[in-house]
Design a protein around this ligand. Structure first.
Ligand SMILES: [Cu+2]
Length: 129
């Protein structure tokens, strides 16, 4: 193989590799995933207390690092047709630094409480089509 031919072969190979990389990038950019809606868990409130999302979006609860009391995130009442209801609540209560993320695929109204402070800590998530 001549030096010129070798150069052409390498150039074509690099070109194909770049095209392949761009192709992958174009595919992943075609379906951007919206970031989760953040809710902070504080002493003694959720913020915000009302969240409206489209189905398929996630909510991420983040326990404030300033908390000195434990809190949990508990689904008190969800849509009647909701499956795996237990997966919508945290089982443990964290003081600070924890997070809990859940994707909502079922439309409807979700009433949340902290079971330790059920009178103060309440919030609603509305999932639309
Ligand atoms: Cu609490």
């Amino acid at each position: 193989m001549s030096r010129a031919r070798a150069f052409v072969s390498i150039t074509v190979a690099i070109g194909l590799a770049v095209a392949a990389l761009l192709g992958v990038a174009a595919v992943s950019a075609g379906a951007p995933q919206k970031p989760p809606v953040k809710v902070t868990v504080n002493d003694f409130y959720f913020a915000p207390t009302a969240v409206t999302i489209k189905k398929g979006r996630s909510v991420k609860w983040v326990w404030s690092s300033y908390n000195t009391y434990p809190h949990d995130v508990h689904l008190k009442k969800g849509p009647a047709n909701l499956k795996q209801k237990g997966s919508y609540s945290t089982k443990t209560s964290a003081v600070a630094g924890a997070h809990f993320q859940k994707t909502f695929e079922t439309t409807g109204t979700y009433k949340y409480i902290c079971t330790i402070h059920p009178d103060e800590m309440r919030m609603t998530i509305t999932v639309k089509k």
